[in-house]
Design a protein. Structure first.
Length: 175
């Protein structure tokens, strides 16, 4: 018989312990994400997978926006984040710090997500774009490459928060 685990049985760290814990070397860069609900969902994913940080760029809402808080469920208090006026500035800073930066985008050439293998010891950033336009041209030009999530339906797109979760999970699983 299945029984749900209690909060005590989950043995989750408190916020301060989590902030100090080692993180997976992945930063997510949100390039003009329009929906604060999507941004909050990405905060929650970053917490769940212990990602290094989020860079919120352009029109992407920042905490304490009420719609972020609605879906983040407290993860804005545990996930490190920084706002940049433009994604290009965030990407340049990451590259100068030695990160390998990839757009999560449908572009050529591309690497299929299942074929992407993080190098041990390297730090990475995935750039996620606007819900309608995707990753902006200026940001895309600064990326080392593009990673694409295979899709088999008629829409040829995923919600940005869903795409972030899929890509981050694959990174953590393979890292």
């Amino acid at each position: 018989m299945l029984t749900k685990l209690t909060m005590e049985e989950l043995n989750r760290p408190d916020a301060e312990t989590f902030r100090q814990a080692e993180k997976f070397p992945l930063t997510l860069v949100l390039d003009n994400v329009r929906s604060a609900l999507n941004t909050g969902s990405i905060f929650r994913t970053a917490d769940a997978l212990a990602l290094e940080q989020l860079f919120l760029c352009g029109i992407t809402a920042t905490p304490p926006h009420r719609e972020i808080l609605k879906t983040a469920l407290g993860s804005t208090e545990t996930v490190s984040w920084t706002h940049f006026d433009q994604a290009a500035a965030a990407i340049q800073q990451l590259r100068q710090a030695g990160y390998r930066v990839f757009a999560l985008e449908q572009a050529q050439p591309r690497i299929w997500l299942q074929d992407f293998q993080p190098e041990p010891g390297a730090r990475y950033a995935f750039v996620l774009g606007n819900e309608v336009e995707g990753v902006g041209a200026e940001a895309l030009a600064l990326c080392e490459g593009a990673i694409e999530i295979p899709q088999f339906g008629s829409k040829h797109s995923l919600n940005v928060a869903v795409a972030a979760g899929i890509a981050a999970w694959e990174f953590v699983r393979n890292g």
